[in-house]
Design a protein around this ligand. Structure first.
Ligand code: NAP
Length: 250
């Protein structure tokens, strides 16, 4: 298990209070990493689960709708745990409307959280990682990093952009000991997908297309996150790894 052991590592996870971010924080903690949970909501539930794993836990309150908090997130992590080894850019939002009606507000809000803050937080963490000559950055992409989707123009643009950014940062930093990769979750049961699951027609159409025949549970992303955060992935750079019940294979 030493290939996947994260003991002594520090991981920053954005949006760690719920859904995919919470599941990834718990998986990294169970592999041994101390967790810095970043977000705007209560982290109590995540704190309890992470502490059960017997690792350090620290909360940084931040609204990632602007890049104002990014430098503070990195410096507070370093002052708390001495270093930042793993960054998971998970926080994200989605706004749904037909492209023809889509508003500038819904465009900017999604691009700001999903793409702009992810880039500038990666830059701030990257400065520290490059100085130390190692680090792992994991972006939470989407199937809409590969496909168009419908009624989510800013989300598709942000997640396609995030896939491109993953590759660009990998190209710049791979030779300097920093791995930048992404996970593309398929359809997972979280707040982000409540509207889809509650629409019987969309729900049925989605399930019919997933070879695994079911929605994913957030904990099923833990393995991919531990892999991309650990020594096991040291020669993996710029990949966008689908964890999707086979959706893209279809
Ligand atoms: P979720 O339950 O809605 O979680 C989204 C997370 O992002 C929450 O922690 C949320 O915090 C945080 N967040 C949003 N805006 C923020 C802001 N301005 N400042 C700080 N935190 C903010 O949905 P999820 O499914 O777990 O989503 C996590 C990531 O996975 C997102 O990037 C999403 O696009 C991606 N993803 C999800 C699926 C899926 O099927 N669920 C598929 C592909 C990709 P609050 O709770 O405070 O709002």
């Amino acid at each position: 298990m030493t290939l996947f052991d994260l003991s002594g590592q520090t991981a920053v996870v954005t949006g760690a209070n719920t859904g995919i971010g919470q599941a990834i924080a718990i998986a990294l903690a169970e592999a041994g990493a101390a967790i810095v949970a970043v977000g705007r909501s209560s982290m109590d539930e995540t704190e309890a689960a992470v502490k059960k794993a017997g690792v350090g836990f620290h909360v940084i309150k931040a609204d990632l709708g602007t890049i104002e908090p990014v430098k503070g997130i990195v410096s507070e992590t370093i002052s708390t745990f001495g270093k930042l080894d793993i960054l998971v850019n998970n926080a994200g939002i989605i706004r749904r409307a037909d492209a023809i009606d889509f508003t500038e507000e819904d465009w900017d809000a999604v691009i700001d959280v999903n793409l702009k803050t992810a880039f500038f937080l990666s830059q701030a963490a990257g400065r520290h990682m490059l100085e130390r000559g190692n680090g792992k950055i994991i972006n939470i992409a989407s199937l809409l990093s590969f496909q168009g989707g419908i009624r989510v123009p800013s989300y598709t643009a942000s997640k396609s952009g995030l896939a491109g950014l993953t590759k660009l940062l990998a190209c710049e930093w791979a030779g300097k000991g920093v791995n930048v990769n992404a996970i593309a979750p398929g359809y997972f049961s979280t707040n982000n997908t409540t509207a889809l699951r509650e629409d019987p027609d969309r729900n049925e159409a989605i399930l019919a297309r997933i070879p695994a025949g079911r929605w994913g549970s957030p904990s099923e992303l833990g393995g991919a996150a531990v892999f991309l955060a650990s020594k096991a992935s040291d020669y993996v750079h710029g990949t966008v790894l689908p964890v999707d019940g086979g959706w893209l294979a279809r």
